[in-house]
Structure formats: C-alpha cells, structure tokens
Write a protein that binds this ligand. Sequence first.
Ligand SMILES: [Zn+2]
Ligand SMILES: [Zn+2]
Ligand SMILES: [Zn+2]
Length: 163
Amino acid sequence: MKTAFLDKGHDHGDCIQAALNAAEVVCQKQKARLTPIRRRVLELVWRGHAPVGAYELLQILKDEGFNPAPPTVYRALDFLIQHGLVHRISSLNAFVGCSRPGDVHDGTFLICRTCGTAAEMLDQTVLGTIGDMALSNKFSLSHVSVEAVGVCVDCRDGDRTEV
Ligand SMILES: [Zn+2]
Ligand SMILES: [Zn+2]
Ligand SMILES: [Zn+2]
C-alpha cells in the first residue's frame, strides 16, 4: 500500500528540485522575491523529510559562509511560511517543506519518532472538524497544526521490537 511516507530509497534530489521550482513559480505569482538566503533556507529545510530546527539551519549557513544573524533566518522562514512553502511543526519547534506549495493551508502531519519523517496529510477532514468545532463555539480560529506522533511503516518493519 502506498502511503504519504516516501520510500527510503526515493530520489530525494527530485523532491528538492520540485520544491525549488514550485517556489520560483509561487513567488513569481505573488510578486515576492526569492532572495538567495530565502532560497537557501528553503533548500535546507528540504534536506530531508524530517523537520529541521532554526538553530540547525543557522549552523549550516554559518559553515557555508552566509553567516546570517538569527533574525535573518527567522525572517526567511516567516517568508517561506507566509507564501505556503514551509510549515512550522510546533511540537518540535522545527520546519518542514510543504507538499502542496503555494496553496496556503494549515498543516496535518503524521510524524515518525524513529526516523523523524513528517508526512503531510492531504486529507482535510480533520481541519474541517476543527473548523466546525471553532464555529460552534464562536471561537475565531487563527491557526491549526495537527501533529500525530508514532512510527512509520519502514521503521516499524525495520525494528520489530518497536510496535
Ligand atoms: Zn524526498
Ligand atoms: Zn502543506
Ligand atoms: Zn520512520
């Protein structure tokens, strides 16, 4: 059965390239500028499918000679979130690339605690339910982040002791 968790052997270079291409299109459409630092931060967030923390991003950029001040990285991340390219995973205080870039939406994720992969769910049923819940409570909703933690099929099959 195919799941939102990509095969460990998939060509991740394709994921990165697709994300960067989509970012170019989204920014052009929204008349926003994908500056070198924003582009590099997006690329680093897409290093894998596991969320990356801001501190880790800073360290990598520093090693590359970018040497940005922390606010620069946070501003780049804010930009990427606002333009629907990146999601913030609140429970991990980390960032992950959006699998439906450009269509700004709240994130629904299944997160593997073994390999760290955060798979974005495209099914919006949960968000709809939360929306109804807010409505019936006259609650004005600003942001939802659904983060379910467990073990993905690859990690489960690889280590049968953890079920
Ligand atoms: Zn990938
Ligand atoms: Zn998304
Ligand atoms: Zn896993």
